[in-house]
Write a new protein. Structure first.
Length: 405
């Protein structure tokens, strides 16, 4: 694939080196088009060495090949990372005063931008209006993330990580090629993500290792495919949530009971509900008002736990006509035992699809990749997928689309 990577004048330009290196490593032909300011952060020799192609910022070089439009015409994908506030404003206005600007105007390929700037600049009404304009024109946006910024600041505006940008950009191309780009248009979707926490006292809780990345990937993929998305998020780090589109409505919850109430409310008007969150099966029978201490508890502590409601089963029992319910199941079993447990769980919960993945100390949770099997109502394997969590997310949505036909 012929990929153009635009680099603009932000400190995050150093991270784009990794992005280009990954694309090259996956066999793509990459042409880097930096702005003059970008070269103040990462020099031309670095971009040429990494991309293995000549690099220029000017429309006045290599005139014989009409380079100022040919790059855009040849591109299968254009990524701008980092995309500064200035660059986003120029894109929204259609300005083309350098090679990157002319390339963006000349291309009909998918365009993906990864904004990077200080929080105040990101939140400025002018920047937000420019983002609305770009999205209305079909530009895909990755991030920005919420986290540490240059100068000691912290907040939304941090450029998403290179692998996240690459995953999202390649998924955009894959969706366009497969014809599934807007196959969720008009649907209202609810996705749960993250891990619930059940308090023991004001300090401690019972929890799990879920990062919420798979659920967030499902929400982003659904939005990219045209759905109206609500994400019910339990304890997800700002950096993970930073990959969300502003087309995703986020409802934050803490405990399993809060998750049940929020999901049930959102599901009342939803066409599809995907329960990807890791919800606690049990909670303490009593929550201590004061911190439990060694002085009061001694050297052994016995906890009485009570069962939490089965949110998925409740949703399935109360589903509206035509509504699709999808459950996730994390299992430590393997092989045929994994599939049998998944089939029993799907039948017990009466969901349309059950997505099962093997988890362990180093698998499933807190990992960039995932591997899943999707079981349908007949007990058959409707889909299998492995790879990045965005790739898995699109495979799950493919299965949902097929199940709704």
């Amino acid at each position: 694939m012929f990929v153009v990577v635009g680099v603009t004048g932000g400190i995050a330009a150093y991270k784009t080196v990794h992005l280009v290196r990954r694309l090259i490593g996956e066999g793509h032909e990459v042409h880097v088009v930096p702005t003059e300011d970008a070269l103040r952060f990462v020099g031309k020799p670095t971009w040429e060495a990494i991309s293995r192609n000549p690099v220029t910022t000017s429309v006045h070089e290599d005139v014989a090949t009409v380079r100022h439009v040919s790059l855009g015409q040849r591109a299968d994908l254009v990524i701008v990372a980092p995309a500064t506030a200035n660059t986003l404003a120029k894109m929204a206005s259609g300005l083309a005063d350098d090679l990157l600007g002319t390339t963006l105007l000349a291309t009909t390929a998918p365009v993906v931008v990864a904004p990077a700037m200080h929080t105040e600049m990101w939140r400025h009404p002018a920047t937000q209006q420019n983002m609305r304009v770009l999205r209305s024109r079909g530009v895909h946006v990755v991030g920005p993330a919420d986290g540490p910024l240059t100068g000691g600041d912290s907040g939304p505006g941090r450029m998403s990580e290179p692998d996240e940008i690459a995953d999202a950009a390649l998924a955009v191309v894959a969706a366009a090629v497969s014809g599934r780009a807007q196959d969720l248009a008009g649907l209202r979707v609810v996705v749960s993500a993250g891990g619930t926490r059940e308090p023991l006292d004001p300090v401690r809780f019972l929890g799990n290792r879920s990062s919420g990345r798979q659920g967030v990937a499902l929400a982003v993929a659904a939005a990219d495919r045209g759905a109206e998305v609500t994400l019910v998020a339990a304890h997800i780090d700002g950096e993970v949530l930073g990959g969300l589109s502003d087309r995703v409505r986020v409802v934050s919850v803490g405990t399993a009971l809060e998750m049940r109430d929020a999901v049930t409310d959102a599901a009342s008007v939803a066409d599809v509900v995907v329960m990807a969150a890791a919800v606690a099966d049990y909670r303490p029978a009593e929550v201590a008002e004061l911190k439990l201490t060694k002085e009061t508890q001694g050297d052994r502590v016995t906890l009485e736990l009570v069962e939490n409601p089965d949110i998925v089963a409740g949703l399935a029992a109360g589903r509206s006509p035509g509504q699709t319910i999808v459950a996730f199941a994390a299992e430590t079993s393997t092989g045929e035992e994994l599939l049998q447990r998944a089939r029993r769980k799907r039948e017990r919960k009466d969901v349309d699809l059950l997505v099962v993945n093997e988890v362990g100390w180093t698998r499933g949770f807190e990992c960039a990749d995932n591997e899943v099997v999707v079981i349908d109502r007949s007990g058959d394997v409707a889909a299998q997928a492995s790879g990045s969590k965005r790739e898995v997310a699109d495979a799950v949505w493919d299965a949902v689309v097929a199940a709704r036909l």
